[in-house]
Ligand binder design. Structure first.
Ligand SMILES: Nc1ncnc2c1ncn2[C@@H]1O[C@H](COP(=O)(O)OP(=O)(O)O)[C@@H](O)[C@H]1O
Ligand SMILES: [Mg+2]
Length: 581
């Protein structure tokens, strides 16, 4: 700027000299002027001089103002929170503000004259070169991001914004030889570069990017894990269903859909009620209320309806899926079709019933035999006397009645219709069952004691199945007391030869309590947990170990409970609880 002013003044001087040259003859004219004219001219010149002085003063004031304003902008330039540099077309730094000098850790004076590319990090050099080239070719201002290198070799991310200044000053390049006109007509460019330190932002971006990548990786991992489980769930050989709390199906696997006659996609967003009829839905509703309160349920039998209308039993597990706020937005069920198992179980119960009846054959034969013997005796006496006394007729009648009763009881308890649930009296079933085993008991010298409460109400139950349970318990008691079971050595000593079975019924709150207590050796403590398991037997001969497991499933099928306990030193006691509807 200083040099510019100098050349401007020089120019003014030249012009003045040229003008003066053209006015040489004016001095001759001046000497010919009169005194008055000369005095007026001098006056005029003085006034003009004063006018010029005033103008000069004004100019100086303006110059001071300009100077201060320039300083102000210099300060703004120097202390701006971004770096400013000006480079020439060869990349040599012509100007730099203080901020960039402190950012690079190098004196401003050392910056001036240095090549800007010396401050570009090695791995950003090429892209910097391309960027500047493109910028110069197109002259479109653009922002670049690259790494800048400080004096201490540390690097930071910076954003560069370039502006082209055409025909810029070259006074900084003035060599001071006074030959300032040398490049006067040459066109040259300067580039203003605004440099912003974006290291923190860039590092935050990088951290965010790496966090994102990690997250994406984890999501990928989780997705593949979920897919893995989905493949397992899709192809599981049991049913899986996820519903929202309104019962809308959100997921269903092939097994569950197919077993009900559907394809999975047909069921999505349908209500779970599609799997049930009205009656079954009532049970499902109860199960779900339970599920909501307790979080899960296990091995519940529930009837389902196939698309074709046929019903079949499924064994269900239910559990709640909670969200991250620990709220339960989903019900989830796993299930297996137990139709086959159920029919096998029914077959097993039937064959076990035949087996226990087989065991009673001797007893039944005895029951029929003794009245038959009476009848035979009476017939031979009729032959002899050719007449029958009225007492004999009564005896004969009684004998026939006994046979009829035994056969009736036997048939009653084995008639298929009696397998169905119907209104029954538990005391009556106990008496009927006992009737069939009376002979067996007599033979084994085992007494029975009945304490049957008359207060127990009739309930809905299968007479045949309940009788099967009672028969099993009586059979086991007889076998235990006659020593056919294999109790622990310690218990053998207390086997009583003449045993007794005490059977009682009672109404306790809304339950019928039935007990079978014997005077056998009792059940060893090791066995008591397992005696209801299928095929658990301690009997060396003849024991299949399914009697009690069948009792258990029959009583469960009546929504009841069966448990075993020991009467210390006195034998075993089985208790059955049946709900009164
Ligand atoms: N009244 C009882 N006293 C002692 N032990 C018994 C009694 N009832 C059952 N048990 C035990 O329970 C086991 C299982 O009985 P159960 O299921 O009827 O099978 P099984 O009679 O074929 O052995 C018996 O082997 C026996 O050890
Ligand atoms: Mg048994």
């Amino acid at each position: 700027m200083k040099n510019k002013t100098k050349s401007f003044l020089k120019e003014l001087r030249k012009q003045a000299e040229v003008k003066c040259d053209g006015q040489d003859n004016n001095f001759e004219k001046l000497s010919n002027l009169s005194f008055d004219s000369k005095t007026r001219l001098i006056e005029e010149l003085r006034t003009h001089q004063i006018e010029l002085e005033i103008q000069n003063q004004e100019l100086r004031r303006l110059q001071v103002e300009l100077e201060s304003s320039r300083n102000k902008y210099q300060n703004l330039y120097d202390f701006a929170p971004v770096g400013y540099i000006t480079v020439n077309d060869k990349g040599i730094i012509l100007e730099a503000n203080l901020y960039i000098s402190s950012l690079l850790g190098i004196d401003r004076s050392s910056l001036i004259g240095a090549s800007f590319s010396a401050f570009i990090a090695r791995d950003s050099q090429y892209s910097h070169y391309l960027n500047i080239k493109k910028f110069l070719d197109t002259n479109i201002s653009k922002m670049f991001e690259l790494k800048v290198k400080k004096k201490d070799k540390t690097e930071f991310y910076a954003k560069l914004e370039c502006f082209l200044v055409e025909n810029g000053d070259r006074d900084e390049e003035d060599d001071g030889d006074g030959d300032e006109d040398k490049d006067e007509n040459e066109n040259y460019n300067q580039i203003h570069i605004v440099i912003t330190d974006i290291d923190k932002r860039k590092k935050a971006e990088e951290a965010l990017k790496s966090a994102n990548e990690k997250l994406e990786h984890r999501i990928e991992e989780r997705t593949s894990e979920i897919n893995k489980f989905k493949v397992i769930a899709d192809n599981a050989n049991y049913g899986m269903v996820i519903c929202d709390l309104d019962g809308t199906i959100k997921y269903v696997n092939k097994y569950s859909a197919n077993i009900h006659g559907y394809e999975p996609h047909e069921l999505i967003d349908k209500n779970i009620s599609i799997y049930h009829n009205k009656e079954q839905l009532k049970t499902l509703k109860k199960l779900n209320e339970n599920l909501f309160e307790q979080g899960s349920y296990n091995a519940k039998e529930l009837l389902h309806r196939h698309k074709n209308g046929k019903c079949f039993p499924m064994l269900m597990n239910g559990f709640i899926i909670k969200n991250k706020d620990n709220q339960p937005p989903f019900f989830s069920y796993t299930s297996v079709d137990i139709s086959n198992m159920k029919s096998l179980q029914a077959q097993l119960i039937r064959s076990e019933r035949l087996a226990s009846t087989g065991k009673l054959a001797a007893s039944i034969a005895h029951e029929i035999n003794s009245p038959l013997q009476g009848i035979t005796f009476m017939i031979s006496s009729l032959k002899r006397k050719n007449k029958l006394d009225p007492e004999d007729i009564d005896l004969l009648n009684e004998a026939f009645q006994n046979i009829k009763n035994t056969v009736k009881n036997l048939l009653d308890l084995h008639r298929p219709s009696k397998e169905l649930k119907q209104l029954v009296n538990v005391n009556h079933i106990i008496e009927q069952t006992l009737n069939l085993v009376r002979g067996y008991m007599k033979k084994s010298k085992i007494k029975t004691k009945l304490i049957l409460s008359s207060k127990i109400p009739d309930i809905i139950a299968s007479p045949q199945l309940l009788s099967q349970v009672f028969m099993n318990l009586i059979n086991n008691a007889i076998e235990a007391m006659t020593g056919r079971s294999e109790p622990d050595e310690s218990l053998k000593s207390i086997i009583s030869k003449y045993g007794k079975i005490t059977i009682s019924t009672n109404l306790v709150s809304d339950k019928i309590v039935i007990t079978f207590a014997d005077t056998g050796p009792g059940i060893s403590e090791n066995d008591i947990e397992q005696i209801f398991d299928p095929f658990y037997t301690r009997k060396q001969k003849g024991g299949l170990g399914i009697g009690l497991s069948i009792c258990h499933s029959i009583i469960e099928g009546h929504n009841g409970l069966i448990k075993a306990a020991n009467l210390p030193g006195k034998g075993a006691k089985f208790t059955i609880l049946l709900p009164v509807d």
